[in-house]
Ligand binder design. Structure first.
Ligand code: ZN
Length: 174
């Protein structure tokens, strides 16, 4: 007589919920299918789910996704980097500190008369002028993500308090 073992070890059903630290490999395409961003091999993106580390539309669609799964998520500008508002403008380069290392795509923060912070992005540089745009480079874009959940773990109390992951791929400061 033979005995058949029916005992099966059920794998832990690990799914993305609030306060999980999630490791993602991702590719981001625009409407024309062109790749505009992707995680590089060996350095995936780490984020704390529910802490708005990533655009809201992607975070919503990752809720409940399991480890090892790949999803496609289309995110509207409203749930991505916002609609475009205002116009880019050229300003004289001398308004920037002479030693500032400026590059297109860089985010800079200016202050107005009342000391309010005005973030903007550098979109063009010549010897005389800097083109600045109040919009994130991906504002107004519908984002097409393909995302694989590579790893999942519970966040530590400290990570939850800080609102971001620590350790390899996360924040190393403080
Ligand atoms: Zn921290």
């Amino acid at each position: 007589m033979r005995e058949v073992c029916h005992l099966r070890v059920k794998p832990m059903n690990d799914k993305i919920t609030a306060n999980k630290v999630v490791t993602l490999a991702y590719t981001l395409r625009d409407d024309s299918g062109e790749i505009i961003d992707r995680s590089s091999d060996g350095s995936p993106l780490l984020y704390l789910h529910g802490a708005m580390n990533i655009v809201p539309g992607l975070e919503e669609q990752l809720e409940g996704v399991g480890k090892g799964e790949t999803i496609k998520a289309t995110v509207s500008p409203e749930k991505g980097y916002g609609p475009r508002v205002g116009e880019a403008q050229e300003v004289p380069r001398h308004l920037f500190p002479a030693d500032a290392e400026l590059a297109a795509g860089m985010q800079v923060v200016a202050h107005d008369d009342q000391g309010r912070q005005i973030p903007f992005f550098i979109t063009g540089i010549t010897e005389e002028t800097i083109t600045v745009d109040p919009n994130h480079p991906l504002a107004g874009e519908t984002l097409h993500f393909e995302v694989t959940v590579e790893a999942l773990r519970d966040a530590t109390d400290e990570e939850i308090e800080h609102g971001h992951p620590h350790g390899p791929g996360g924040h190393h400061h403080h």
